[in-house]
Write a protein that binds this ligand. Structure first.
Ligand SMILES: O=P(O)(O)OC[C@H]1O[C@](O)(CO)[C@@H](O)[C@@H]1O
Length: 199
């Protein structure tokens, strides 16, 4: 095992994600699962890298056989009352995303927010919130993380901007998919046969 700086960054991120998972609320996760399972149609949305996570999540929901769409794409149909929109926003306040969330709320959609900021513009109108605690100083240090930091020394390059939220949200979204596979007894072959075959 070597201590290449890139490998150490990966180890630090893995440790960070584990620490965040430890403090996440079981109730919040179960509520999100119920929202997804009870939804007629599911829309996903986010800006920038958070938007990439939202797109990736919608793709897997479709592979699971659910009716899933990404906000802003050309083939996305009209939202109807009772439909669910899953919003990925670390700040909960990105203007375009908040504007669309408010429109979805006016239509009668249910808002599920994955965020680090409960007290935010989208958080205040959300029906379901899952907190990903991505602020560095609020996530308790574990000894493993401390050891890696010691090894690397002080640096400012680790996880700039929203990286901790976005990377953790991606891992969280994939874990939600795995849990939905268990609940709906969906096998990897079932996902495979829905995967695009003309890409
Ligand atoms: O997740 P938030 O707070 O809505 O922020 C999204 C913004 O963060 C970024 O993903 C940068 O980290 C941008 O691409 C995007 O503008």
């Amino acid at each position: 095992m070597t201590n290449h700086p890139v490998k150490n960054m990966m180890r630090l991120m893995a440790t960070k994600i584990r620490t965040i998972a430890d403090v996440m609320s079981d109730d919040e996760i179960d509520t999100l699962l119920a929202e997804i399972l009870n939804a007629n149609r599911i829309y996903t949305m986010g800006a920038g890298r958070s938007g990439l996570v939202a797109k990736s999540f919608a793709m897997r929901l479709m592979h699971l056989g659910l009716s899933a769409f990404v906000v802003g794409e050309t083939v996305t149909p009209a939202m109807k009352p009772g439909d669910v929109i899953i919003v990925f926003s670390g700040s909960g306040a990105t203007k375009t995303v908040a504007d669309i969330s408010e429109t979805a709320k006016e239509i009668g959609g249910r808002i599920c927010l994955i965020t680090s900021k409960k007290d935010s513009r989208i958080g205040r109108i959300a029906d379901c919130i899952v907190i990903i605690e991505s602020q560095r100083d609020k996530v308790a240090d574990e000894s493993a993380e401390f050891e890696i930091r010691q090894m690397m020394g002080e640096h400012k390059s680790f996880a700039p901007l929203g990286t901790i939220f976005e990377t953790t949200a991606m891992v969280f979204a994939d874990a939600i998919i795995s849990r939905l596979m268990e609940i709906t007894q969906c096998r990897p072959e079932d996902l495979q046969c829905r995967h695009a075959n003309i890409e």
